[in-house]
Design a protein around this ligand. Structure first.
Ligand SMILES: [Fe+2]
Length: 239
């Protein structure tokens, strides 16, 4: 399996605090059946982890996993937060963040927790014009999407893919997030699944998510999600 959202890089954001924890997360991921992780440190006003740092830390972690014979590929990525469109546009021009798996076809871009950014459709269209699909992490965890599902429907209508978190599907993010996540699965609107793992408790648990999707929506729905993951990492320069 491929995990496209994971804060496994050591010491850069609120994810793994050091190399030992990153290795611990890698072991759990491998036991779960994950073989590729796109590392997605935050790119926002609190944790601004830029592409140079991402690449250096990916190499460092990969070298350690190779040394320990943990067969897991780590690829570069970022989790952008749409706080100000202008900031995203400038960062885009200056290549300050990593696309998912370094594939300019996909970017992981979340909303702020405080509220929905009304300019999101403009940013999505601008990215789409250059051939980039926006993947929206954990919409089920945002109160504004739960209260105004039409906001999400508008984004889906212009080609946004959702990323539903496994923790939400199994109830770890509360009953409301669980219900919304399951409804996305039921409606065929869970385009991708990921762990958003941060540590050894908020851990890699992707197989559980696929199991739930298969039970509720069928094996074909789960396969479609797997195929999208393959597409994202397929052109990675690391493969
Ligand atoms: Fe995240």
């Amino acid at each position: 399996m491929i995990d496209i959202h994971c804060h496994i890089l050591p010491g850069v954001d609120d994810g793994a605090i050091d190399m030992a924890m990153a290795v611990g997360m890698a072991r759990l991921a491998h036991e779960d059946g994950i073989r590729t992780i796109v590392a997605t440190p935050h790119f926002n006003s609190v944790f601004l982890v830029e592409s140079g740092t991402v690449r250096a830390k990916v190499s460092e972690l990969q070298a350690e996993l190779d040394r320990l014979n943990i067969p897991l590929a780590i690829l570069p990525g970022n989790e952008l937060r749409l706080e100000r469109p202008q900031f995203i546009y400038e960062a885009l021009k200056e290549k300050r963040f990593c696309y998912l798996a370094d594939n300019p076809g996909y970017v992981l871009m979340e909303q702020s927790w405080e509220g929905y950014n009304e300019e999101t459709p403009d940013v999505v269209e601008r990215l789409r014009a250059q051939g980039t699909t926006v993947i929206l992490p954990h919409p089920e965890r945002h109160i504004f999407f739960r209260q105004q599902p039409e906001l999400l429907e508008e984004l889906l209508g212009i080609g946004v893919w959702t990323q539903v978190s496994v923790d939400s599907l199994i109830g770890n993010n509360g009953a409301e997030a669980e219900a919304f996540a399951l409804s996305l699965v039921d409606q065929g609107q869970a385009h991708t699944l990921a762990t958003d793992a941060h540590n050894l408790r908020r851990k890699p648990n992707l197989s559980l998510g696929y199991k739930l999707v298969e039970e509720r929506a069928g094996a074909d729905a789960a396969k479609q999600i797997r195929d999208r993951m393959e597409l994202i990492v397929a052109s990675s320069i690391y493969k």
